[in-house]
Design a protein around this ligand. Sequence first.
Ligand code: NOJ
Length: 569
Amino acid sequence: MLPRCALSVCHVLMLVLCLSSAEDFDWTKNDHGSFYYGTFPAGFSWGAGSSAYQTEGAWDKDGKGLSIWDVFSHKKGKILQNDTGDSSCEGYHKFRDDVSLIKELKLNHYRFSISWPRLIPTGIKSDHVNERGIQYYDELIDHLLENKITPIVTLYHWDLPQVLQEKHGGWQNISMVNYFNEFANLCFERFGNRVKYWITFNNPWSIAVEGYETGEHAPGLKLKGTGAYKAAHHIIKAHARVWHTYDTQWRAKQKGQVGISLSGDWGEPVDISNQKDIEAAERYVQFYLGWFATPIFHGDYPQVMKDFIGRKSVQQGLGSSRLPTFSPQEKSYIKGTCDFLGLGHFTTRYITQKNYPSARSSSYFTDRDLAELVDPRWPDPGSEWLYSVPWGFRRLLNFVKTQYGNPVVYVTENGVSEKMLCTELCDDWRIQYYKDYINEMLKAIKDGVNVKGYTAWSLMDKFEWDEGYSERFGLYYVDFRNKNKPRYPKASVQFYKRVISSNGFPNQREVENWRRKATETCSSSNQLLAADPLTSHMEMVTEIVVPTVCTLSILLSAIFLMFLLRRRN
Ligand code: NOJ
């Protein structure tokens, strides 16, 4: 998800040297004494999330068209171990079971995404609408509602129809705005009587940077220094267009809300007494969250992005900035197109100023003139980029409050992974992560941040993009080796369930108790998992051993028969 290159050993060491000066400066830093016992406001919504390509599987079933991720993951060398989302968690076939898991957790909402090519195989509505795709989401939505779970639906979680990429260049082309608007309009028309929370885009930062700048994600383009800015420009316009479509055509009747889900790491200055570091950390957040949030809340890109990219473009001898511009009409059209802000947050970085000479090749990363650092003491149980730094969450939430006029916020993603070989259901470190991050969110609410809901990421283990199945974010463990893709609860399920039923953290004794009980129950689930290789073994018996033994028996009988016949002759 994040630029891994940024974290060199030397950066880590350098931070150790700097830390002594940055150690005791703040009002939000987490230490053991600062846990806040208390509850969330009444009506606070608890949920968990997933996305279509990461969980559905059924990549070529029932009339679905190809997405850029189907094509990208089928190319050798793009995904770790050449994994694909072809079958993934088989969510397309198992959605009823998954709603039971959601019920078991007593979630108030479930966040999932709609696969655009499952509904419109070529991406262009006038070509063809796939009714079987509509039926799948109809059934999922109905089933959630029957179980009193509010659907929060993302329209675009990265799976662009391949035809739009091939024929039009995907998000490099402004024509995506119309195609996306038609798709969104179809969703409002067919599902909007039941879905009241819409998210236009999930994490446009990743779509732009990893899809069109570094090429680590589909469609895998490396258009350094321009591709990401152009993609982002079109995405912001597409978001605004869809918000207006809902506002003018559906809102009065359907009474729903349309937001966007942005991601942002928090950036903390390495040395808080150094103005250059303070500015660099501010730039880090502005180039990340601010890139999308500032146009949507204030009508234009952050001034610091315009200044830095503009200046570097001039130095590179370009006639205009590599950062595109909005016309005055566009600015007022885009400004205010957000009924709520979805926020995805996982981690934090320390930031220091670092100059990159602009004569060298341009890129989004060098445009920022900064270096990212991590504290080697931060826990990092899973993904290489994901360090657990709970206090950064509270700071980011307060940043949102002050920068964007205290909007309604739904946390749309927050969670932690574990590494591939670790099939441990007793995920104590995940319990710790959720406990501390959720607690920092509670403190942020006490600070006055308008957070209305929280979505644990993710409901179950799933395809983790270029990392394949090697990083597990799930509350539920999925056994991908077994073709039935059975799910098993990790200990964090029990813990999260308690947080939900108490709507927070009542007191130390109880919270410690939850934790103890959660780890106790997970050892019995572990036995289930231990039994699971048996299931796979049974499959092997029925699928390989039985046919082989049969064939051999037939052969042997034939040979024996021939032998008998010969002897007779
Ligand atoms: C953000 C993405 O939206 C999500 O799909 C992914 O699983 C998480 N990051 C973790 O990398």
